[in-house]
Design a protein around this ligand. Structure first.
Ligand code: ZN
Ligand code: ZN
Length: 376
């Protein structure tokens, strides 16, 4: 992907956001989550904020601003497109922002409550005084980020393919007799060797009863033969994440119970995959899988939501859960479908695919088989 393609994408993101500000009732929007800054301005450093200027503002504040400190003078010159006026601030970024806004007179400044800390908000309030009113504008960038452009989908596809290849390599040496930790470390190593930025999160490798913990940490404990092993992992490639889970058997002799639960989770997962479509809500989607698991009497053992958005972050909007909004999913949403059943002290199964919601057909980024597979 060329830098030019990136610059075009970033310009259009900033413009789309600017066009929404009127509807949100603000004149400008403060963006200070570094992930949002990366999305809008292509900057990958660790100190920056962006000010998106609405169409209504003119005079001193006509153009979008990118603020960083002196350490990032060179990097920002290289990464930030000309859509933004760059300001190198000496001292606190909020002080630089306040100075800009003071020059522009008065207005309403939107911010995201999920990103600006209470302390930051107080500080900003003091700096801006009476002239600029701080207005909560939550999720404006998150909603934009949730809908992936083709260039983002291709990065996520590459991340998924890389993650699949890394796991396939790890599984060649088998599972039984190795420690969970050893499997996790080798997986991370292979992800890096294959050219990813790194893993998108610390891999989960959980065998036997440990698999009943959805967020189990890999232990320095040997994986026994004839148990289920849940592996949840992903790669980050050019900033974009993948996320996948497979549950394997470490021998032919797994219990009838293990086979039964695996078949149930697979059924729920496939029904949800089949139902996933633009126009349906995240709450509806969760119910599709939950109904299958409920009907088998395991409702209480499916203790998390069906899935989540993925992109620059491994967990982002939209959500697929009982608590999710009734807003319809739209083409371009990148979501996971990951039902699980966890029997405390006994076993756990989770199966997760990463999918781009499509207008006609969905685009499944995960390539590994979901048929119960024995990796001895
Ligand atoms: Zn996962
Ligand atoms: Zn996930």
């Amino acid at each position: 992907v060329s830098a030019e393609t990136n610059a075009v994408a970033e310009r259009s993101r900033a413009q789309r956001l600017a066009a929404e500000l009127g509807g949100l009732g603000v004149d400008a929007l403060l963006v200070d989550s570094l992930t949002d800054v990366r999305y809008l301005a292509g900057f990958s450093g660790s100190s920056a904020l962006v000010l998106i200027v609405g169409d209504g503002l003119s005079g001193a504040l006509e153009r979008h601003r990118f603020l960083t400190d002196f350490r990032y003078t060179a990097q920002s010159a290289e990464q930030v497109p000309a859509t933004f006026d760059r300001e190198i601030v000496s001292g606190e970024l909020f002080d630089g922002l306040a100075a800009l806004l003071a020059d522009a007179g008065a207005g309403r400044l939107g911010f995201d409550e999920a990103n600006v800390t209470v302390r930051g908000h107080r500080r900003l309030g003091e700096l801006l005084g009476e002239s600029w009113e701080l207005v909560p504008c939550n999720g404006a960038v998150a909603r934009l980020r949730a809908v992936k452009e083709p260039v983002e989908v291709e990065r996520m596809r590459a991340a998924s393919e890389l993650a699949d290849e890394a796991l396939s390599g790890v599984l060649e040496a088998g599972l039984a007799g190795r420690t969970e930790l050893d499997v996790a470390i080798e997986l991370e190593l292979r992800i890096r060797r294959l050219g990813a930025d790194g893993p998108s999160f610390a891999p989960i490798v959980a065998s036997g009863a440990h698999g009943a913990l959805p967020h189990a940490e890999p232990r320095d404990v040997q994986i026994p033969r004839d148990v289920l092993v849940t592996i949840d992992w992903g790669a980050r490639h050019e900033g974009y994440c993948s996320d996948c889970t497979r549950t394997y058997a470490s021998g032919e002799g797994i219990s009838a119970r293990a086979r039964e639960i695996y078949a149930l989770v697979l059924d729920a997962q496939e029904q949800a995959m089949h139902a996933l479509a633009a126009g349906r809500s995240g709450r509806e989607m969760d119910a599709v899988a939950r109904d299958v698991i409920d009907a088998a009497g395991h409702g209480e053992h499916f203790g998390h939501g069906l899935g989540h958005g993925v992109g620059l972050e491994v967990h982002e909007a939209p959500r697929l859960s009982r608590l999710a909004s009734e807003d319809p999913l739209v083409a371009g949403h990148a979501v996971t479908v990951e039902p699980g059943v966890y029997l405390p002290g006994e076993l756990g199964v989770r199966i997760e695919d990463l999918v781009i919601v499509g207008t006609a057909a969905n685009d499944v980024l995960t390539g590994l088989s979901k048929t119960l597979t024995v990796i001895g």
